[in-house]
Design a protein around this ligand. Sequence first.
Ligand SMILES: *Cc1c(COP(=O)(O)O)cnc(C)c1O
Length: 434
Amino acid sequence: MNLERSLSAFERAKRVIPGGVNSPVRAFRAVGGSPLFVKSASGCTIVDLNGRTYIDYVMSWGPLILGHAYPPVVKAVQGAAARGTSYGAPTELETELAELVCGMVPSVEKVRFVSSGTEATMSALRLARGFTKRDKVVKFAGCYHGHGDSFLISAGSGALTNGVPDSPGITEGTSRDTIVVEYNDLDAVTAVFAANPGEIAAVIVEPYAGNMGLVLPVPGFLQRLRELTARDDALLIFDEVMTGFRVAPGGAQEREGIVPDLTTLGKIIGGGLPVGAFGGRADVMAALSPEGPVYQAGTLSGNPLAMTAGITTLRALSDQAIYRQLDAIGKRLGEGLDSIFTRHGVPHTMARAGSLFGFFFTEGPVHDLRTAKKANTQFYARFFHAMLDRGVYLAPSQFEAGFLSTAHSAADVDRTLAAADDALASLLAPATRR
Ligand SMILES: *Cc1c(COP(=O)(O)O)cnc(C)c1O
């Protein structure tokens, strides 16, 4: 395939940017080869520097639930830009987005905006520690909560893909305060509370784990976390940076009927612009500066362009019919891939929550990081490239979820399924027949 211009763009980038990218997974290390550089995008497709179009299932890693360059967002942001791009003073846009968030996410009484998911989780943890006056945090192996020091212990996403679960640069003191448990292991997390009574500030969890591939909670897991934290006066933090506004208007907490103390948000909340948020119980949020003693701030927090994109996106998502549409398209893709993998005799495990999907090339079941790592990453890499050759852009790693948008039509999904069928036929063809 002719990736010539992307190749030279990558060489040029590598001279001035470490690894040529500003976020590690983009570099294609897990699947080999050289990343395609994007020239433009619209709806469910991206166009590379050679002018080749791909159906996109990365969708900027989640934010673009309404598709690339969604016209109402483009128009609103253009209008906002002309009124000034940043003031460093409050605007009504921030209140409007906050009202939307509080109205949609069941547990959020008050919310503060930041500029990324990483900032949201870091700030939420500081708040939890300041509020409880405790230091320890419990996280789950394979869950990714951005690149804050406390969370880069057995982290998912790029940290997992690149095989650097514990990054240099994180102090021993920090790693000592992070307790890591396998996802879905009810006994282990119960034991952790028994061994550390009155010392745990918070449990942070992706209610649907989407950064080691997609792994859903077993029945009772999230309920147990709620019970254990409540009994010990620790806070339960749902990291819904990926699932918020994705799996339901109110995120995974709405679907599962669990009320966390704090929720972190990102991705969709900014409609494709840089926004993160953390919010929850009003008494906990009151500990935040300037109301309380826990410091947190940001020069570009609540940025008017970003707020405008977020408001336009969340308003569109207030229509429940959108989630039925997303679920139908997710079902079409998920069931289609499942039957194609089965037909070709490829061992696999599927997971899906609405428009969030994942598949592992292993018999399964996959319920935690250990079982996720049984997946055949080499076969994934070959499948990824075979799909790219056929104009379908999947996540360049076995350990990332896939994302659909309202811009993906049934015809787009059917073209994708035909590509998968053809890709597997060529990958699995006996050498003599080639
Ligand atoms: C993407 C993600 C983050 C980090 O958000 P950034 O905006 O990349 O900093 C945190 N938590 C989860 C669950 C995520 O999926």
